[in-house]
Design a binder for this molecule. Structure first.
Ligand code: HSE
Length: 431
């Protein structure tokens, strides 16, 4: 291939923060020295043409319909930065791949839900489908799993994949404010989306771990099989109590093999304060990868933002220029089967349980009896002084047990007369 002098013409759909970052990047640096080619944007499409932007779109052909841009002969590569698992993003990506045009996307929701069909379509028509920007922004987790670690057998990936949640949890701890207050400030300052559900509900991290699990294990992504718990139920009290016990609460995304099945989840978890994942504060993303031969790799960096995410798109453009393109999810689409979730009853974990109890004799004995009846062993126990409500927070951590046993114990505890609100249960990470 005459890659050394090639100019790649880009059709860009979606000109939000990341799209504008890409426009700026390619204006400043159209020559991709390592790949020996040039990349220029020729056409753009966005929902609202007149919306104020920090870059001018005057030099590009305008398309009202992203599908028309995807089908246009005026570009060779379709870059999809619209977002969303359905609607215009899906239609346009299918249109581009269907006619054999390579696609670069940052759309984790689309790939987590429809990745296998899109990979098969791309393979049928000979197009590439690249998505470095979809996970951890500028930090190259996708290439590491798809290419760098293909010689190993990855057994687990686990980390922090949502910067908004990481920022909120960090800020709650440092400013001693409630979840609602910190979220409201983050929205006012533009750190959090006006509709924050995708982030704080854990869905964004769920899409990302579905993709990383698929890449790690050479499988089709299966978002429907991901257990997703967000951070909206985390109280400042739990952050303080966890800290007293030597832990920090983080939103942990994790995928590991259980025989031929997999456990893929996103949920808040307690991480020991000295652990690298507890040290990754603010909007940082961080990831552990465990392989049978390689041992453990730790990766930390920005997971969002115009500059880092545009750099990830540019890395995919460079791969297209050199032809360094691998199967979409590590192995050919015909060999991909969805990651099937392992029975959660087989999962074993230690947990933090926090109770609000009435201050009267015998309560602690009743709580420990409930744990003993479910066969659960206590690792640590902490009782704080009586609050002016007459209630006492009690927090305990258990030793590792099956989630069934934990559920049974929490059920017994919740039924006690002295326990005045539903117990809060948070896993203790084992990473
Ligand atoms: N909203 C995401 C985050 C970045 O907060 O990390 C894009 O996936």
């Amino acid at each position: 291939m005459e890659s050394s002098r090639r100019t790649v013409r880009i059709g860009l759909a979606g000109v939000g923060v990341v799209g504008q970052g890409l426009v700026r990047f390619l204006e400043a640096q159209p020559d991709f020295a390592p790949a020996g080619g040039r990349a220029v944007i020729t056409g753009v499409s966005a929902k609202d043409r007149s919306r104020p932007r920090q870059v001018s779109l005057d030099g590009f052909a305008w398309f009202d319909d992203p599908v028309a841009l995807a089908l246009s002969d005026d570009n060779d590569v379709f870059v999809e930065l619209i977002g969303g698992s359905e609607g215009p993003a899906r239609l346009a990506v299918e249109a581009a791949l269907g006619r054999g045009k390579s696609v670069i996307t940052a759309n984790k929701a689309l790939l987590a839900n429809h990745g296998a069909e899109l990979a098969a379509l791309a393979e049928r028509t000979g197009a590439a489908l690249l998505f470095e920007a979809a996970v951890m922004g500028g930090t190259p987790a996708v290439k590491m799993l798809r290419e760098g670690l293909v010689g190993d057998a990855v057994t687990r990936v686990a980390g922090i994949l949502n910067g908004t949640c990481n920022f909120i949890l960090s800020d709650m701890e440092t400013t001693e404010r409630s979840f609602a207050d910190v979220l409201a400030d983050a929205q006012a300052e533009g750190f959090a989306e006006a509709d924050p559900t995708t982030d704080i509900g854990g869905f964004d991290a769920g899409h990302k771990i579905a993709l990383l699990g698929a890449l790690a294990f050479g499988a089709a992504p299966n978002f429907a099989g991901v257990e997703v718990v967000g951070i909206d139920q985390i109280e400042l009290l739990d952050i303080r109590l966890a800290r007293d016990l030597g832990f920090r609460i983080k939103l942990i995304a994790e995928a590991y093999k259980v025989g031929d099945l997999a456990s893929v989840s996103v949920a808040p978890a307690l991480v020991p304060l000295a652990h690298p994942l507890a040290q990754a504060g603010g909007v940082l993303n961080a990831l552990f990868i465990e392989g049978q031969r390689i041992g453990r790799i730790f990766l930390q960096g920005p997971g969002a933002g115009a500059g880092p995410t545009a750099a990830a798109v540019a890395a995919d453009i460079a791969d297209l220029m050199t032809g360094a393109v691998r199967p979409v999810f590590q192995r050919p689409a015909r060999d991909l089967t969805p990651l099937q979730p392992a029975d959660p009853a087989l999962r074993r974990t230690a947990v933090y349980i926090r109770l609000m109890v009435a201050d009267r004799p015998g309560v602690i004995a009743a709580v420990t009896d409930a744990l003993a009846r479910a066969g659960l062993s206590i690792d640590s126990f902490l009782q704080r002084s009586v609050q002016n409500t007459g209630l006492v927070p009690i927090v305990l951590t258990t030793q590792v047990a099956s989630e069934d046993a934990i559920r049974e114990a929490v059920g017994h505890i919740a039924a006690l007369d002295a326990v005045v609100e539903p117990p809060r249960t948070i896993r203790i990470a084992n990473i």
